[in-house]
Write a protein that binds this ligand. Structure first.
Ligand SMILES: Nc1ncnc2c1ncn2[C@@H]1O[C@H](COP(=O)(O)OP(=O)(O)OP(=O)(O)O)[C@@H](O)[C@H]1O
Length: 449
């Protein structure tokens, strides 16, 4: 067998082992780099499934000048290989790698849901795994961090995780693939690049085979992590005295009887179960309280988790999230009959006044009445809203309105669902120019609930 056919055979076997059938619908995350192009080629040509099952997804982070050209290149590649492509782009230039990644994953996951696909498949390979593990080690991570990335995580699938980068590249060259180079990868910029370009070659030099050994160590850590999670569950269940949403009560003397390292893990597990996370300091505080350290019957941890102890039991209660009122929209068919009402959008209250008199404060406009689509409706913003034919999301991006604010802003539309006014942002031409009698409407921000 040639190296090319052995890699393809390994890939098919790997997909089978991960439980993926040849006709499973998949979204393939393609940056245009060598790894994800190799991944796409393998899925398209080495696996015997219908091409319609694959959707190529590319996200333009808008962080490099070439990014639009990369997006066009990926579109062209998908077309040439007979595949459907979906593209997304950052609304605003992300502030850093983490923000870029969050935006990319939001897009990839939405694409997966739209496509009804089983997974988003990425081109992560063994060197990515090793870099991740070293990066986590350098930050002092525990077992979970040391186990690196997993081949199957929720709806994310990484079938190339065992393949070294050099082998993938050699295969891609042998098959005659082209790809887009990312010159920033070679720059000594962030810690990831330096681990890749400086530390890993040094480690391999000191101890040939170090990368493979680190990847193996991550696999062992992942297996230990899985076993430990199961062991925790088995130890904890007999201790549970009662359990309801956001609260668990356990047998305190039996919890105390475990070695401290184990009690700490169980306390972290209990906190996760009730919706809180304990960091190291929080775990230490929780353990001290559980073991009978100073303090009364109750301890409030920084993460919002509350512990209550008695002789016999420990109660673990999750953080109380402030209750946000449900959205309340407003529908008015005759805007000439004076009135007022409250609307709630994303937990924030707004008061709306219409008719002859509108009190001072807030923002007031005049809208043209259309008898064919009478009156107005005030509701929260929705993805896909357009104002005068332009996506509102673009308008907001230009105005620098972040997503969390958009989710709290009301919009005003007519009975036909055409946006008339976005308070604080824009008034549509339709609302001003359609020639019907004018009515006044005002919106005032009341409070944040
Ligand atoms: N712009 C993009 N559009 C679509 N997919 C991408 C894009 N960038 C990266 N990917 C996918 O993610 C994989 C890993 O890329 P890279 O190592 O650059 O990302 P990362 O940020 O380190 O990874 P992670 O997504 O795990 O945080 C690529 O092989 C590809 O499948």
């Amino acid at each position: 067998m040639t190296p090319a056919s052995t890699l393809a055979a390994r890939f098919r076997a790997r997909l089978r082992a991960l439980g993926i059938a040849p006709d499973d619908a998949l979204v393939v995350a393609v940056s245009g780099g060598a790894d994800s192009v190799a991944l796409l080629h393998l899925l398209r040509f080495a696996v015997d499934g219908p091409p319609e099952r694959l959707v190529v997804a590319h996200f333009d982070h808008r962080m490099r000048v070439e990014s639009a050209a990369d997006a066009a290149w990926v579109r062209g590649l998908a077309r040439a290989w007979g595949l459907r492509a979906v593209q997304g782009a950052a609304e605003q230039v992300p502030g850093g790698e983490a923000e870029a990644r969050t935006a990319r994953w939001r897009f990839l996951e939405a694409t997966r849901v739209d496509a009804g696909a089983r997974a988003v498949v990425t081109g992560h390979h063994r060197d990515d795994q090793v870099e991740t593990v070293l990066h986590h080690l350098a930050r002092g991570s525990g077992l979970r961090g040391r186990s690196g990335i997993r081949p199957w995580q929720g709806t994310r699938l990484r079938p190339l995780l065992d393949e070294p980068r050099a082998e993938l590249r050699a295969w891609a060259r042998a098959v005659g693939l082209g790809w887009r180079a990312d010159p920033t990868n070679a720059l000594p910029l962030g810690p990831r690049n330096r681990i890749r370009n400086e530390l890993l070659p040094l480690l391999e030099d000191i101890r040939p085979g170090a990368a493979r050994a680190i990847a193996r160590s991550a696999e062992l850590a992942a297996a230990d992590e899985t076993a430990l999670a199961e062991a925790e569950r088995l130890l904890l269940e007999p201790l549970v005295r009662s359990r309801e949403a956001g609260r668990v009560e356990v047998d305190l003397p039996r919890l105390r009887a475990f070695p401290e390292a184990l009690s700490s893990r169980l306390l972290r597990r209990l906190s996760r179960e009730v919706g809180g996370r304990l960091d190291r300091a929080g775990t230490r505080a929780a353990l001290a309280f559980t073991l009978g350290g100073p303090g009364g019957a109750e301890s409030r941890l920084p993460s919002g988790v509350v512990l209550r102890r008695s002789q016999e039991s420990l109660e673990v209660e999750g953080p109380r999230l402030p209750e946000r009122p449900a959205d309340r929209s407003l529908r008015v068919t005759d805007p000439f009959v004076r009135g007022s009402a409250a609307v709630v959008v994303g937990g924030e209250r707004w008061s709306v006044h219409w008719g002859a008199e509108v009190p001072d404060g807030g923002e007031v406009v005049q809208l043209a009445h259309d008898p064919g689509a009478p009156g107005f409706r005030v509701r929260g913003w929705r993805e896909g809203d357009h104002l005068d034919g332009r996506p509102l999301s673009r308008l907001w991006s230009e105005a620098g309105v972040p997503l969390y604010r958009r989710l709290r802003r009301p919009v005003v539309e007519d009975a036909a669902g055409r946006l008339l006014w976005v308070p604080g942002s824009a008034l549509s031409h339709t609302a001003r120019d359609r020639g019907g009698p004018l009515y006044r409407i005002g919106i005032t921000h009341v409070d944040e609930s």
